[in-house]
Design a protein around this ligand. Structure first.
Ligand code: CA
Length: 241
């Protein structure tokens, strides 16, 4: 199992949770480094390479929010956010900060392990491209290099945003329901997570500079979900180069 080589940085100030989560992840074969506060987290992150971060939102010294922002400035490493409050606002904040997934306390360590596994699997399966490059007008998606550019300028996307964009862009014109996108993008089937897709789409549009009122690429299908369009296509939806 290749998970033995995956390195996880766990940032959690509550000792009991830190120890339980570490034990479960290590039992799964992950290599875990656990730290207690946001300052240590940033130091550790800059010192070493990690495949995934499990990040508590409420932390002493430097908050989880600040840690998430700082990491996102330099890296698209998958981040799972832990939040004690569980209000919808917090979930949305987590995604706006660039987290890929979140769990609300109290959570079962088993569920966290399942989320971590799903997230790592989908990040790494993205690297087996269906096609090497997709070009739609100014937008170029380089599957091999895991890179998105607009007019040659690289757009920094999180793992979830990249997965969402490539899922939609593979089949221009095809309508995806939110639930379908939850399964494909978040990697698990769970009702009630459709709103997180809206949040990811919102972030993705902002990064691509795609106006929701007059979209070039990401179109809302009211009451259903989303579809991707190739702005350069004439007639039937086709792939342009
Ligand atoms: Ca905490």
């Amino acid at each position: 199992m290749d998970s033995a080589t995956r390195r996880i940085l766990l940032v959690e100030d509550e000792k009991n949770i830190r120890e339980a989560v570490t034990a479960y992840l290590e039992k799964e074969g992950y290599w875990v480094s656990a730290v207690e506060d946001g300052k240590e987290a940033l130091e550790e992150f800059s010192r070493s390479n990690y495949d995934l971060i499990v990040l508590d939102l409420m932390l002493p010294k430097v908050t989880g929010e600040q840690v998430c922002r700082a990491i996102r400035d330099v890296s698209d490493v998958p981040i799972v956010m832990l939040t004690a409050k569980g209000e919808i606002e917090d979930r949305i904040i987590g995604f706006e900060l660039g987290a890929d997934d979140y769990l609300i306390k109290p959570f079962s360590p088993r569920e966290l392990v399942a989320r971590v596994r799903a997230l790592l699997r989908r990040v790494h399966s993205d690297r087996e491209p269906l096609r090497e490059e997709m070009a739609y007008g100014d937008l170029v998606i380089d599957m091999t290099g895991h890179k998105v550019t607009i007019r040659g300028e690289e757009i920094d996307l999180t793992a979830s945003e990249f997965k969402l964009l490539t899922t939609l862009a593979r089949y221009p014109g095809r309508v995806y329901s939110r639930m379908e996108l939850v399964e494909k993008v978040l990697g698990y089937d769970f009702e009630g997570y459709e709103r997180t897709i809206d949040s990811h789409v919102k972030n993705l549009r902002a990064k691509l500079g795609d106006n929701p009122r007059a979209p070039r690429w990401l179109h809302t299908v009211h009451g259903v979900g989303y579809r991707f369009e190739n702005p350069n296509a004439t007639g039937a939806a086709g792939l342009s180069d």
